[in-house]
Design a protein around this ligand. Structure first.
Ligand code: FES
Length: 110
């Protein structure tokens, strides 16, 4: 979706390049869970936490966390994630701590 996402630009999500519904549909398709969305008029969603978490190390790629996680960022902000979260382990992601697929571009090997 090049009109809404321009990976070489900063910021690389161009909200004026697509409708809200188009951006939501695209974000919902992204398999790593690195992106999420909420409507300003509804507030941030509440994430129900469960007790089960599975961690998978992808060959030559991300650390995939299956389950609910609470991430405390270096600035102290706390983010809750549900379902699946892909964390970068190659060090090249522009969206750390999340994987943005950069490991494929640099052909990173474990
Ligand atoms: S592991 Fe995917 S960008 Fe680093």
């Amino acid at each position: 979706m090049p009109e809404g996402f321009k990976p070489k630009d900063k910021p690389w999500i161009q909200v004026e390049g697509a409708t809200t519904e188009e951006l939501i549909a695209q974000i919902d398709k992204y398999p790593s869970g690195a992106f999420s969305w909420y409507r300003n008029d509804e507030g941030k969603p509440t994430v129900e936490m469960s007790n089960s978490t599975k961690i998978e190390i992808s060959p030559n790629g991300a650390i995939r966390v299956h389950g609910d996680v609470e991430i405390t960022h270096s600035n102290g902000s706390v983010e809750k994630r549900a379902t699946i979260t892909a964390l970068c382990r190659c060090g090249e992601s522009a969206n750390k701590p999340f994987c943005d697929g950069s490991h494929k571009k640099i052909e990173w090997k474990e």
